[in-house]
Structure formats: structure tokens, C-alpha cells
Write a protein that binds this ligand. Structure first.
Ligand SMILES: Nc1ncnc2c1ncn2[C@@H]1O[C@H](COP(=O)(O)OP(=O)(O)OP(=O)(O)O)[C@@H](O)[C@H]1O
Ligand SMILES: [Mg+2]
Length: 227
């Protein structure tokens, strides 16, 4: 099976940042990966919309669009955790007609824990035209799998069909204004990891990373090793 069902992944449980129940070393991006919608740095509008949606979810398709490292994939997982949905993660290279058909067939069954299925397709703009066409028909009301939420993530929409886009609720993940929030996050991580070491210039790290939280945390990881 090409998909990954990670609903019971212990990494999805727990609530706050820095509380990952790992007994082995992990990268900072993994350790401080936001588990709940409310835990994300910035993204106020997205958090507000998705918290409302999570409180009262319904079958629907979403497109999380925006720059790399702004939390699109992580937000989809946090949404699934909040709803208690069973996650079917389709890696972009494997988003073909056959795998989609297999996953969507599963979505017609009630998930193990009841509730919702969440189908997560990363880098959705890389999927084939045939896969997009297959999805179009599934995303019409008569064929929409019950209790299923689709989340597609992508950096750009130019390779996506207008008809596909019009079936999705688009949420833009912008880096605009994220700087101070990510700076605060880096500071918090540093204080937790190396409270006694001389701190680097967090704002500079964020600026050099163009507000990409993944890049900023990775740079901080190196700075920690240097400290
Ligand atoms: N808004 C945020 N708040 C806190 N941490 C974040 C945020 N955005 C990203 N991160 C951190 O960066 C990591 C990578 O985020 P994620 O994979 O969700 O980005 P993405 O938008 O899907 O990127 P890509 O477009 O490259 O797939 C997360 O594990 C998390 O540690
Ligand atoms: Mg992603």
C-alpha cells in the first residue's frame, strides 16, 4: 500500500511544542513540530479558520498553498490530530490514479476509531493530469467519499487545473509577517535547549532563512552544536 496511516503515530499525540515523547534524538524541526493548531507560530488567520472547522468538521477538500517551511504539511497533521481523523498520507510521487483509487475506496469505510478520514497529498501540483482528472469526479457531491477531508499542499498552483482548484477551499500560508513569530520560537527553543550558552542573533537567522521556519530551525540546530 502506497499510503501511510499514521493516525496512531505517537508523534501526533501530546499537545505542546517540545513535548515529543521520543526516547531518541530527533531534529529540532521534529522535536518542536507543532502538534495542535494553536501551537503554530504566526498563521493567525489559518489557525482561526481551521480551529472553527475542527470544532465542526464536514467532508471537504482544502488546498494549503504557500512557501516552503511555513507549516502546511504540519498543519494538515495537526488538523487531523484535532479531529481524531485517520490519516492517509500520499507522497507526491505516488499520487497516481491507482493509489488515489485505493485510498478513496478505503474512505468509504468507517475509520478504525470512527470519525473522519484525512487524505493528505503533499506537493499536489506535481500530481499527474490523469490523477487530477480522477480527483475531479471524486470531489463532486455525488461521488465524494463520506466523512473524508482532503488536504492538498503545494507551493504554486500553475500546474493545477482551474476545475480542481475551484473544488478546494484555498488557504494561503504566507511568510509575510511571520518573522517576529519565528524569532520568538527560536528564542524559546534556545532557552529550552541551551539556556546557559551565548545566544545567536535569532532575528538574523530568521531573516537569512526568508521566514522559512524549517530552515531557521535547522540553522539553529547547527548554532546549538557550535555553542
Ligand atoms: N508556523 C510554524 N510554526 C512553528 N513551526 C513551524 C511552522 N512552520 C513550519 N514549522 C516547522 O518547520 C517544519 C516543517 O514544516 P512543514 O513541513 O509543515 O512545511 P511545509 O509548508 O509543508 O513545507 P514544504 O512546502 O517544503 O513541504 C515543521 O516540522 C516545524 O518544525
Ligand atoms: Mg510540506
Amino acid at each position: 500500500m502506497a499510503t501511510q496511516s499514521i493516525a496512531h503515530d505517537p508523534a501526533l499525540e501530546g499537545t505542546g511544542q517540545g513535548q515529543a515523547p521520543f526516547g531518541f534524538p530527533v531534529s529540532l524541526t521534529e522535536k518542536y513540530r507543532p502538534r495542535r493548531i494553536a501551537d503554530f507560530a504566526g498563521l493567525g488567520k489559518q489557525r482561526k479558520i481551521l480551529s472553527k472547522f475542527a470544532a465542526n468538521p464536514y467532508p471537504s477538500a482544502w488546498l494549503f498553498l504557500g512557501a516552503s517551511g511555513t507549516g502546511k504539511t504540519t498543519m494538515a497533521l495537526a488538523l487531523a490530530a484535532e479531529i481524531g481523523a485517520e490519516v492517509h498520507h500520499i507522497p507526491s510521487q505516488e499520487c497516481n490514479v491507482q493509489n488515489l483509487a485505493d485510498v478513496i475506496r478505503m474512505c468509504w469505510y468507517v475509520p478504525q476509531g470512527g470519525g473522519f478520514h484525512l487524505v493528505l497529498v503533499d506537493e499536489a501540483d506535481q500530481m499527474s493530469n490523469a490523477a487530477q482528472l480522477a480527483l475531479l469526479s471524486k470531489m463532486d457531491s455525488t461521488a465524494f467519499p463520506p466523512m473524508t477531508i482532503f488536504v492538498f499542499t503545494c507551493n504554486a498552483t500553475d500546474r493545477l487545473e482551474a476545475r480542481f482548484l475551484s473544488r478546494c477551499r484555498k488557504l494561503e500560508f504566507s511568510t509575510y509577517g511571520l518573522g517576529p513569530e519565528i524569532t520568538r520560537l527560536l528564542k524559546q527553543v534556545w532557552n529550552e535547549e541551551a539556556p546557559d550558552a551565548e545566544a545567536p542573533n535569532f532575528a538574523r537567522i530568521v531573516k537569512d532563512s526568508a521566514n522559512n521556519a524549517r530552515d531557521a530551525l535547522t540553522k539553529l540546530e547547527l548554532a546549538l552544536m557550535e555553542a
